[in-house]
Each structure stands twice: as C-alpha cells, then as structure tokens.
Design a protein around this ligand. Sequence first.
Ligand SMILES: [Fe+2]
Length: 205
Amino acid sequence: MSVDTKTIIPDYLWTIDTGHNNDNQALYNLCLQAESILKKRFPEPQDLSFFGSYMTSIFKEYNILTFTDKNFFKLYYCLLDNIEPFLHKDKSYVIQAWANIFRSGEFIDWHGHWEESDSVIHGYYCVNANNTTTSYRFVNNKNVVYNVDNKNGLLVFGRSAGDEHRSSEWMQSGQRITIAFDIVPIDRVVNTNYNHYIPFKRQLT
Ligand SMILES: [Fe+2]
C-alpha cells in the first residue's frame, strides 16, 4: 500500500492523493471535448434524473481512457500503479471508465453498482471537484454514512459490494468533473460492446 493511501472504510474504501501526477486542467478540457464529440453521436436521454449527467448516462457507449491523448494514458497508468496491488493475484481484469460532468445544481443520487460476488473495484478520480463530498452507506445499514472530502487529484476506490453512494450538489462555476471506473474480472463481463473494456493488469493470467 502506498504511504499516501488513506482508509475511509476498513477493508472496503480507500483514497490516494496522487498529487501533481496528472494535468487536471488538460483532463478537464479533454473531458469537455469528449462530451461534445459524443453528443453528436448519442442523443441525450430524456430523463437524466438517475444518472445525473449526460456523460454518465451513456457510459456504456465509450471508454474515456481510450480517447487518444497522453493525459488519459497517464491517468490510466496512475490507476494501474495505485490499484493493481489491491487486485487478486490470480485473476485477469479489464476496466471501463467514463466521465461524470455536472453543471450547476446537478448531482448523482444514491445508487449502487455491482454484487459482492463480482469482485469488482469501483472508484473515481477527481479532475475538478474541490470542496465537494461523496457519501457512502451500506444498504443493510443506511444510518451510518461515510463522507469523502474530494479534492483535485484525489483517487477514491473500493469494493463494490453492498454500498450505495451519492455526490453533493455542484454549486460552483464551471463543471464538476470526475472520471469513474469499474475494474472487473474478465470472466464477469457479459453482453458488452467488444471495444468497450481494456486490459487492467500488467500480467494477465
Ligand atoms: Fe457510482
């Protein structure tokens, strides 16, 4: 575990301050470019209330890490360096990643992702999310809420096994941007576009 790793929920949720490893201003601009490209290709759903933002709602249609720019590839290696130690040694993994782009007044409400049996790591990287909070709770104990205080460059990741999470409402100028991801054992991937997931391990077994 890196010395910068902080445990938010024991054996479940961690944060790592990646410092200045990534150019967040470049990633911010690139995510907005990706959004304008995708909007020409995929129509905006009529109801965004579940996903909270356009880029979240079409997450199955793209993988933000495959947009060809070195800043996305640097982020990919940053994720790999920091998260690979948390993966099962004997499994092969792939990753899907998408941008959450929230404008003033937008947020994503309580939601969960995967089942414990899927052994997925879910998380997000803060591109522009200073002074916001992401809250976690477990479906079998909704009274206890764990808060992550976000800041740019913070990597947040953990197990996806019975939690729900939500973001605070974005009240600042510009866009709140995070890059979210699922790191999935390859045998749990079903019914997806063949160009959606990319490998996430240096040694595939
Ligand atoms: Fe989520």
